[in-house]
Design a protein around this ligand. Structure first.
Ligand code: PEP
Length: 257
């Protein structure tokens, strides 16, 4: 398997945006625009929007995901949502370890791993985010850090389970900043992630894993980013809130196939 045969996934991350009624309206607008996609199209939405999103996406090629999942199955964890709860809503994907959760909500490599394991066990596909800060990049730690975060996130994940895991390389300095990594930087970062997977599981397995780039990907830069050999689609924040922009990104990934 290689770039041509790996599954490209374009996933929107709506963050803390959109009410349920806005969710319905945006997905209705998106549906015809992405209907002929030749890649996986996913929208990861706030918990309260999931029901509306699943209803609006019914019969279309849009898959719905959540933005986080707790690692415990149930219990006294006020405000948290378990993997089984998510599974029963009908979501297929869940973002795990987004840098905003690492930065503002105390997410660690260990909890990212536990959340990923909980998602996999429930039959959800985690989109696991890894990425370096600007300071880490400038100190020359990018490769070491990406490999460490990747291996930590995948601890106790089997090669078989890895088939349902997506990794998103998201340089923290590029998220929501309008500063995009160059296509070469994205390819290099994704390459480090793939190398870490190869070290842990072997090169053949690493070649099969979908690794997205995320960080200010938009309608103008998507085609160049997704053309890179290690970039299998994208995790899209701001541009996933605009149907026209998101559909251009989906088209760019589809044309890479
Ligand atoms: C994200 O939220 O994962 C992201 C990449 O955001 P943005 O595209 O807005 O930089």
């Amino acid at each position: 398997m290689n770039k041509a045969t790996r599954k490209a996934v374009i996933a929107g991350n709506w963050k803390m945006n959109m009410t349920p009624s806005q969710t319905t309206a945006l997905i209705e607008e998106m549906k015809p625009l992405v209907a002929s996609a030749d890649c996986e199209v996913v929208l990861c939405v706030p918990f309260v929007d999931i029901a509306a999103a699943i209803e609006a996406a019914k019969g279309s090629n849009i898959k719905i995901g959540a933005e986080n999942v707790h690692f415990k199955a149930s219990g006294a964890f006020t405000g948290e949502i378990s993997a089984d709860m998510l599974k029963e809503t009908g979501v297929e994907y869940v973002v795990v370890g987004h840098s905003e959760r690492r930065q503002y909500f105390g997410e660690t490599d260990q909890t990212v791993n536990l959340r990923s394991l909980a998602a996999i066990k429930a039959g959800l596909k985690p989109i696991i985010c890894v990425g370096e800060t600007l300071e880490q990049r400038e100190l020359g730690y990018t490769e070491t850090l990406l490999k460490y975060q990747t291996k930590m996130a995948l601890t106790n994940v089997s090669a078989e389970e890895l088939k349902n895991v997506v990794i998103a390389y998201e340089p923290v300095w590029a998220i929501g900043t309008g500063v995009t990594a160059t296509a070469d930087q994205a390819d290099e970062g994704n390459g480090y992630v793939r190398a870490a997977i190869a070290e842990a599981y072997g090169a053949d397995v690493a070649e099969t894993v979908t690794i997205q780039y995320g960080g200010s990907m938009n309608a103008g830069n998507a085609a160049e980013l997704v053309s890179k050999v290690n970039v299998d689609g994208g995790l899209i924040g701001g541009a996933s809130l605009k149907a026209a922009d998101f559909s251009v990104i989906v088209k760019a990934a589809s044309e890479q196939k």
